[in-house]
Design a protein around this ligand. Structure first.
Ligand code: ADP
Ligand code: MG
Length: 259
């Protein structure tokens, strides 16, 4: 919990009526292995969801299904009104709305920080180079590393690289951000700078789903904690309720191990 020092107050922030993500009766198999079972989840515009649960419970698979890095086999996933099916047009539409940040930053090592941030806007969005660079510098300032723009990823610390990965996602102007354990590969002293970046995004009203075991972050910014075990959403609740009054034996056991 000590990683969050700044008082965060997101109570003034409105959660819209509008639905950003709707998942209904979703099931997924890897071959014979039934990895996600009857998942139902509704995320409203501006909501900040923390997903937690034991290793192997399906958290990564769930969020990778939301931008179709993985395919589901049954049920529905609707993102901003577009249903994810095998229709490539829909997949493109959804990917253009959804940014994703991974545990391992996945920056291109042979491109500078600035080039990492402008590559997709220039080649996918056809944004003119000067404009893409201006946008990239805007977001690099936002994640507080504009001075690193001309360096290569290998010259930056892990925390700085992860902030670049966040800036790079933001350059595509997503309406939804997915984070998959963005701090779990970082040394402790770098976790805070990445969480601070995520907090400032939350404060600006970004719709976010974050897989993380940073329970201080969950307490501070999540509207809702979703607890998964064995491919199912076992429990969803406000952070206060989830931490103080977990409903299931499995969530109690999980919390006793991580807190
Ligand atoms: P979590 O992120 O909660 O640790 P994952 O979604 O990564 O869980 O994995 C859920 C389960 O699916 C695990 O048992 C994992 O071994 C399995 N799994 C993950 N990816 C694949 C894959 N590409 N092929 C087969 N099984 C996989
Ligand atoms: Mg995972």
């Amino acid at each position: 919990m000590e990683t969050i020092e700044r008082a965060v107050d997101t109570r003034h922030m409105q959660v819209g009526e509008e639905i950003a993500i709707q998942i209904r009766g979703m099931n997924k198999w890897y071959g014979q292995f039934h990895v996600l079972r009857d998942v139902n989840l509704t995320v409203h515009r501006g909501e900040r969801i923390v997903v937690c649960g034991p290793s192997g419970s399906g958290k990564s698979t769930l969020i990778r299904c939301i931008n179709r890095l993985e395919e589901h086999q049954a049920g529905q996933i609707i993102v901003d009104g577009t249903e994810l099916t095998s229709d490539l047009k829909n997949i493109d539409t959804v990917r253009s709305e959804v940014g994703m940040v991974f545990q391992h930053f996945n920056l291109f090592p042979h491109l500078t920080i600035l080039e990492n941030c402008t590559l997709a806007p220039i080649w996918v969005r056809k944004v003119p180079k000067a404009e893409a660079e201006e946008t990239a510098m805007h977001f690099l300032r936002k994640v507080k590393i504009p001075d690193q723009a001309n360096k290569y990823p290998g010259q930056l610390s892990g925390g700085q690289q992860q902030r670049v990965a966040i800036a790079r996602s933001l350059c595509m102007k997503p309406r939804i951000m997915l984070f998959d354990e963005p701090t779990s590969a970082l040394d402790p002293e770098m976790i805070k700078e990445v969480l601070d970046t995520m907090i400032s995004l939350a404060e600006e009203g970004m719709t976010m789903i974050c897989v993380t075991h940073e329970m201080g972050f969950a307490q501070a910014v999540a509207n809702r904690v979703v607890f998964m075990d064995q491919g199912q959403i076992v429990e969803q609740n406000t952070p206060t309720e989830f931490f103080n009054n977990p409903q299931s034996e499995r969530s109690r056991m999980f919390l006793s191990q991580i807190l």
